[in-house]
Design a protein. Structure first.
Length: 160
């Protein structure tokens, strides 16, 4: 059974209650919005990337075709925190998270070959263009980076 998004709750359930009690509906909307702001919308998959990225567009298409609810986070306008990146690196490792085809990566120079995980965390936090896209986070945990996995892995990881 698909889980409802917070936006569904605020846009569909609360207005239905407004007919009975406008004040109650308004309070309910405010509480739902507060909870989503504080705890995040753990009901959906979060996809970090940039909107004009071809790989991200492929991922969005796959997610929509497979009816997977997701929240897109544009890393250019809302960069992830250093702590978030550190958690992702702890889960996935820095190597698969490196956008090796990007200009930012090539501009670093040869010293990048000897960097520690901590140095990569700092680099990713300073320049989000170093992060491979898209990066998928489910229930607060990074589960996949990039979009080259086999169909069965995508189904299990993103739609499971």
């Amino acid at each position: 059974m698909p889980r409802a998004k917070a936006s569904v709750l605020t846009n569909e359930v609360a207005p239905a209650l407004d007919g009975r009690s406008e004040r109650f509906g308004t309070l309910l909307k405010a509480r739902i919005n507060f909870l989503v702001k504080v705890f995040g919308n753990a009901m959906t998959l979060q996809v970090y990337g940039i909107p004009n990225c071809g790989t991200c567009k492929k991922a969005f298409s796959w997610l929509e075709t497979n009816n997977v609810d997701y929240e897109f986070i544009d890393t250019k306008t809302a960069p992830p925190s250093r702590d978030m990146i550190a958690n992702w690196v702890a889960t996935l490792g820095s190597k698969p998270m490196r956008n090796t085809s990007g200009q930012a990566y090539r501009a670093i120079g040869e010293e990048k070959k000897s960097w520690s995980e901590e140095q990569w965390v700092e680099a990713f936090a300073e320049n989000v263009m170093l992060l491979k896209r898209p990066l998928f986070v489910k229930d607060g945990k990074a589960v996949l980076v990039g979009f080259r996995a086999k169909e069965d892995v995508l189904q299990t990881t993103l739609n499971g």
